[in-house]
Design a protein around this ligand. Structure first.
Ligand code: SF4
Length: 230
């Protein structure tokens, strides 16, 4: 992962920590705190494994780029991610360890799909989403993500689940929505198969154009570098 300095230069974590422009932008204590947790070492696995968020996201092409291109975070995005992470920890800190970040996994013939449920408490699945503005209805890909976690549970535990809730957290408000319990295993399997094939032939999947394109960090790559691929 690289950090994009306000000057446009791409730094390693250590370079960013010492960069005067980055320090000036975030101040030294904040910059160093945010950079403390950032390096995520990717563990190699024998088979492809995809997160629930990857296969239920709005665009598989974006997921492909995230897996094949180096991640570059500008300082504002670094702040947004770190703030979201801190808020997740804060709202689940009263729960016992086995009820938060609950690991779920399902094996398919050529890949695995995995996930971490934010909280699983009293037979309710909770998915926390930090946001600037609370939506009037839950977003479709957030619903799919929460249903995706439900789908990966063992059948016995799935039967015990009473509710799935998406909880939106903004700096001033909290709003919880209940989501229908639905097994979307086949949907996720189909999406994961497309991604597996794309990675195998080193060609991005089809574009899935939506409102997300405007904010997508790979927009230029998608519509210019790879413009001949639909
Ligand atoms: S620009 Fe749009 S279609 Fe292209 S990868 Fe990003 S989200 Fe997908």
């Amino acid at each position: 992962m690289k950090i994009q300095c306000p000057t446009g230069v791409h730094h390693s974590i250590e370079e960013a920590k010492a960069c005067q422009h980055c320090i000036e932008f975030l101040t030294r204590p904040i910059l160093h705190s945010l950079l403390e947790k950032t390096p995520r070492t990717k563990t190699e696995h024998e088979r492809p494994r995809y997160g629930v968020g990857t296969v239920t996201g709005l665009c598989l092409r974006q997921a492909y780029y995230k897996m094949t291109e180096e991640e570059i975070l500008d300082l504002e995005k670094l702040w947004v991610f770190s703030r979201g992470h801190a808020l997740h920890e804060f709202v689940s800190k009263s729960l016992p360890k086995h009820e938060k970040e609950v690991f779920v996994q399902k094996e398919f013939s050529h890949f695995d799909i995995i996930g971490f449920i934010d909280a699983l408490h009293n037979n309710v699945i909770y998915e926390f989403k930090t946001t600037a503005n609370i939506p009037a209805t839950p977003q479709s890909h957030h619903m799919l993500q929460a249903q995706g976690y439900f789908s990966l549970l063992d059948e016995k535990i799935q039967k015990e689940i009473e509710k799935i809730k998406i909880v939106y957290l903004s700096l001033s408000k909290i709003k919880a929505y209940e989501v229908q319990q639905r097994d979307i295993t086949h949907f996720m399997e189909g999406r994961a198969a497309i991604l597996t094939q794309s990675l195998k032939v080193k060609t991005p999947p089809k574009r899935e154009v939506s409102w997300l394109c405007k904010y997508c960090e790979f927009n230029d790559m998608c519509f210019n570098r790879d413009k001949t691929l639909d």
